[in-house]
Design a binder for this molecule. Structure first.
Ligand SMILES: [Zn+2]
Length: 256
């Protein structure tokens, strides 16, 4: 990814130089200097072509073919709920009595059915052993691991999409996935994109501690605030959020 950005930059610089030298050629009268400029133009043209070819080969390498992508292992962990040591509802919207864990469930299941439909073969929704100290333990060699939660705040005016990554242990892959998630939540739910937040999440360190390859992406999502006064139908919002999460995960895997 970094290589791609540098190459794009290099290509732009080369194109500008090429154009500058072409403009110079028009105004130069000196014969010897004009030969030198011709040679420079020839070299710049070659360098531009080479950078284009390099960029193409990198893009090819980075893009997983469809079959390979659809075999990716995706784990969606439902935050809170019943667990071996009891029950934990997560945040509760006092206005409607809506419990977070129920919305987390709806969101994860909607995401799974979206991804199943796209053709992904290995999408696991886990809602066992998801109490706080065990979150992320169900990571199991996933290519994408998402801990599904919802946000809450004391004021019902707060609204917006967020995705969280670990403050110290997050990788570029984690940040890339998180950015796509909050972007798609905001778009589908028509709310503000509050973007990536970092926190020292014990929740994610469980998954990150078991990171099995660099490309594995780990994040925690909070599609919207269940306490927001603008939420007219929690189940519907969370179902839509699940589809947005599916779109984000597919985008992440498509891009490599
Ligand atoms: Zn939560």
């Amino acid at each position: 990814m970094k290589d791609k950005v540098s190459l794009h930059r290099l290509r732009n610089i080369l194109r500008e130089m090429h154009q500058d030298v072409i403009a110079m050629k028009e105004s130069v009268k000196d014969e010897e200097f004009s030969d030198y400029i011709k040679m420079l133009l020839f070299q710049l043209k070659g360098a531009r072509e080479m950078s284009t070819q390099l960029l193409r080969s990198i893009q090819k390498d980075n893009t997983m073919d469809r079959g390979q992508r659809l075999r990716s292992v995706i784990t969606l962990e439902v935050g809170h709920g019943p667990h071996p040591e009891g029950f934990e509802p997560g945040a509760v919207d006092k206005r409607t009595g809506t419990e977070e864990w129920k919305m987390n469930h709806i969101c994860a299941l909607a995401c799974k059915s979206y991804l199943d439909e796209v053709g992904y073969e290995d999408v696991l929704v886990t809602d066992e052993n998801n109490y706080l100290s065990k979150i992320g333990w169900n990571n199991q060699k996933s290519d994408v691991f998402v801990s599904v939660h919802h946000n809450a705040f004391s004021s019902d005016a707060a609204q917006g999409a967020e995705a969280l990554v670990h403050a110290k242990l997050a990788s570029d892959s984690d940040r890339k996935l998180a950015k796509l998630c909050s972007h798609h939540f905001a778009k589908v739910l028509d709310i503000t994109d509050r973007g990536i937040k970092t926190r020292g999440l014990s929740v994610l360190s469980g998954a990150i501690g078991k990171r099995w390859r660099d490309t594995q992406a780990v994040c925690l999502v909070e599609p919207y605030f269940i306490t927001g006064s603008d939420v007219d139908n929690h189940s519907e919002w969370s179902r839509k959020a699940g589809i947005a999460l599916g779109i984000a995960i597919n985008d992440y895997l498509k891009d490599g």
